[in-house]
Design a protein around this ligand. Structure first.
Ligand SMILES: [Zn+2]
Length: 306
């Protein structure tokens, strides 16, 4: 998460130099890596601290972010329960239930994990969101995981929900996560899937290709390959659906596709007092992946190269 570097001339996931400009979106170039099929934004002159200000979590005034983070994440409680059940199944028996949530926002996931008897900590780049989480009693440090400087081999599990796609330098982040994770610990992520049918159909109009919020978009194969460099092997994966409020859905659509229809529907759901109605969505364009350090050979799963 450093500001002001030069545009990247190589793939930030696999390091490949065979890249091609695909689209311009929100005035940012989006490149495709011909080796691992990551989509990425080469521009690194972004002010991320400013991007994740209060607006991002409360009103999406800059044209993106969350309508109301509390409510939208509340809608995700069921998804978090599914993620935790999968993590608990993969967790080696001798490890304590101690996790770090990277990009913890105001602690919505920490609250769900704590109820399931996890000892929880978080890091969050948005000082606004981190402060909200601290008010709710959670130990959330403002900054990146690299800045947080946790002790060696401290956590059994590190989670990154909807976070990997926002991180400009995933290798620096993973290197640090590896240092602070126990020898047989787990890392769990969910992030947009470029190899999903929905992404392939929508192409440039895929709502998750939305710079400067999302800087790198992965697939299961290149994410697993990247984790392998740090000693992790994939042990479980899934495409888990999410739930969103109607307000979030129409607000996102109206910001991204400037059609009058979305604005009208946004107005209509407010008028009908169904803004907070929760709708389950599963277009399978997000993947969930658990990777384990020193995983037994039999546990491993492999992915087809896209
Ligand atoms: Zn690549």
């Amino acid at each position: 998460m450093e500001d002001n570097f030069f545009p990247l001339t190589y793939c930030p996931v696999c390091g490949g130099e065979n890249t091609k400009k695909l689209w311009v979106k929100n005035s940012f170039d989006i490149f495709d890596c011909r080796s691992c099929r990551a989509l990425f934004v080469p521009d690194r002159s972004l002010n991320l601290k400013k991007l994740y200000s209060k607006d991002y979590f409360t009103g999406a005034a800059q044209g993106f972010g969350y309508a109301d983070y509390d409510r939208d994440k509340e809608a995700m409680r069921g998804t978090f329960e599914i993620y935790l059940a999968k993590i608990e199944k993969a967790l080696p028996r001798n490890l304590p239930r101690r996790l770090l949530d990277v990009g913890a926002a105001n602690g919505a996931f920490l609250a769900v994990a704590q109820k399931r008897n996890w000892e929880v900590r978080g890091v969050e780049v948005s000082d606004f969101a981190a402060a909200e989480g601290r008010k709710r009693g959670f130990d959330i440090k403002t900054g990146t995981v690299v800045e947080a400087k946790f002790p060696d081999a401290f956590f059994s599990v590190v989670t990154l929900w909807d976070v990997l796609e926002h991180i400009a330098d995933p290798h620096a982040t993973l290197k640090e996560i590896t240092r602070i994770t126990k020898g047989t610990g787990l890392v769990a992520v969910n992030t947009p899937d470029t190899q999903s049918l929905f992404a392939k159909l929508m192409r440039k109009y895929w709502h998750l290709a939305n710079p400067p919020e999302h800087l790198i978009l992965y697939n299961l194969e290149n994410a697993a390959e990247m984790l392998k460099k740090y000693g992790y092997a994939a042990v479980a994966h899934a495409h888990v659906g999410k739930s969103f409020t109607l307000e979030y859905i129409f607000q996102t659509l109206s910001h991204q596709q400037k059609f009058f229809l979305w604005r009208f529907l946004l107005w209509l759901v407010a008028r009908l007092r169904i803004r907070k109605l929760v709708i389950p969505v599963n277009v399978r364009d997000n993947f969930f992946l658990i990777a384990a350090k020193k995983a037994a050979r039999t546990q491993r799963v492999t992915f087809r190269k896209p």
